[in-house]
Write a protein that binds this ligand. Structure first.
Ligand code: ZN
Length: 289
């Protein structure tokens, strides 16, 4: 048996990258009894037949896995947000951040379309997020600032998330000219239904590291979080949690709240705090009805 990495899976056949090259493997049904679905990113042990095809025999335990899209063993997620056309939506960004925090995966924020952005929006983005997450500013279309993003991708397995229209396809094509995503523009222009029929693929980047080209990762649902865990999805709250007057403080309207104090002192950004309050209420409302 030899070890390999699943880089593509369509209709029960998997491309497995091995030290000897790509081996096309069958895997369907193999793990069905355990209700286990093989995913792109899975490390596997395969047996190669005489005809050069292979069979997946074993899966190395995963570091993490997602169901939609089905990917495994991610090192990090880059959340891409457009700074112009469409204008930056920091509430959507905060939603995506909460969901990524829930997955306990490393996060990088990529602000795209700096060529079209106003200097106000650029500095606002840096001011709100620069102290919380690694942030990079670039233009996927022209390539400006793309090296700083590549630095974050080196030697890591990365997936990109972000709402449609932020220029993810252009960016991926820029990072790796050969991707030429079949969907290219389509994925950003047509309806969601078509978008989800795309397959997942893991690409090696010319500068080192691998990138998952996936549909999805667009519709993270903040409502999947519980009220109590929401506060931990805002890492800048961490120094204040446990320091409020009440142990059960929700940081909404309680007196003596250390988080709210940090907001009024400008240490925690009010834009982030407003997202927290609105998500909290959203989750609370959903639970009651
Ligand atoms: Zn509090």
């Amino acid at each position: 048996m030899i070890s390999g990495l699943i880089t593509k899976g369509i209709g029960g056949f998997y491309d497995v990258r091995t030290p000897d090259g790509i081996v096309i493997c069958k895997g369907r049904g193999l793990f069905r009894k355990d209700n286990f679905i093989l995913s792109v990113g899975d490390e596997v042990m395969i047996e190669v037949e005489k005809d050069g095809t292979g069979t997946i025999r074993e899966i190395i335990p995963r570091k993490n896995a997602f169901i939609r899209p089905p990917v495994a063993n991610l090192d990090q997620i880059v959340i891409v947000i457009s700074l112009a056309r469409p204008a930056p939506n920091f509430t959507i960004l905060d939603r995506l951040l909460v969901m990524a925090e829930k997955s306990q995966i490393d996060i990088v924020i990529g602000f795209n379309k700096i060529d079209l952005a106003s200097s106000e929006d650029m500095s606002k983005a840096a001011e709100i997020y620069g102290n919380i997450y690694p942030t990079v500013f670039f233009c996927g279309k022209s390539g400006e600032g793309i090296e700083s993003l590549e630095e974050h991708l080196k030697n890591r397995r990365t997936a990109f998330a972000g709402p449609s229209g932020v220029g993810k396809s252009t960016l991926l094509n820029r990072l790796h000219g050969q991707i030429r995503m079949e969907t290219g523009n389509i994925s950003e222009k047509t309806s969601r239904g078509k978008h989800t029929t795309r397959h997942v693929e893991l690409f090696e980047m010319p500068f080192g590291g691998m990138v998952f080209d996936t549909p999805g990762f667009t519709s993270f649902d903040v409502l999947d979080a519980e009220e109590d865990e929401l506060q931990y999805c805002f890492p800048e709250f961490a120094p204040y949690i446990g320091k409020c007057r009440f142990n059960s403080c929700r940081h909404i309207n309680e007196p003596g709240c250390a988080v709210k104090d940090a907001v009024s002192q400008g240490i925690v950004h009010s834009s982030r705090y407003h997202s927290y309050v609105s998500f909290y209420q959203e989750i609370n409302l959903k639970r009651r009805y």
